[in-house]
Design a protein around this ligand. Sequence first.
Ligand code: ZN
Length: 249
Amino acid sequence: MLVPSPLAALAPVDAEVPAEPLAHETASDRIRHRLMRAGQRYHANDNIAAYVREGELAELRSEVEGRLREVLHALVIDIGNDHNTADTARRVAKMFVDEVFHGRYQPAPKVTAFPNVSRLDELMVVGPLAVRSACSHHLCPIMGKVWIGVLPNASSDLIGLSKYARLCEWIMSRPQIQEEAVVMLADELERRIRPDGLAVVMAADHYCMHWRGVKDADAAMQNAVMRGAFKQNADLRREFLGLLRKDGD
Ligand SMILES: [Zn+2]
């Protein structure tokens, strides 16, 4: 007999999305149905802030807390009597929703762009910016650094130094895949700055490699995205990478 995959049951087809919110719907149901009605993707590293209404994050937090209590229960941990884990579900729910994954639920940070009045057209390097993220596969921490190279033109918009860090944090505070995280960050910066060239380099430790799996303590991953002038001009690329090497290690 063919047993249907439990995942298939979790991926409702359009016909199953109620047109109106139902009375018994949880906050996650309501948000999910809004996303589905709008045809919006809601993968782990997508931002869904536009589909979350006032007050729903608090509801989501308690829903997650309840589910985490079930996970602890399934792990045969006596949360009723073990004083260490009595409050763990609440702490982890808050950590997920408000802290380490807040980049899924909060709108983009306010970033003011300035016109490039001095008509700067020289290579700018920003970094290293600290990266604190988590892998989508195991929800294990990813800790690393990001460097950004920008080659502006006279009509580019410039953003303040601290805003690079805010945008980077917003993108990384989601369950991520490093290869996709650098592309997301590059897209976001390119859209806002409209430079002639943009480069993003990320180097990070994946704790799923240390804590579990191959337990390779030295494993780190490096990724680079090169756009526009950085892709076409080998000298510019060399200059950028040379600057990283100097302050990198
Ligand atoms: Zn992993």
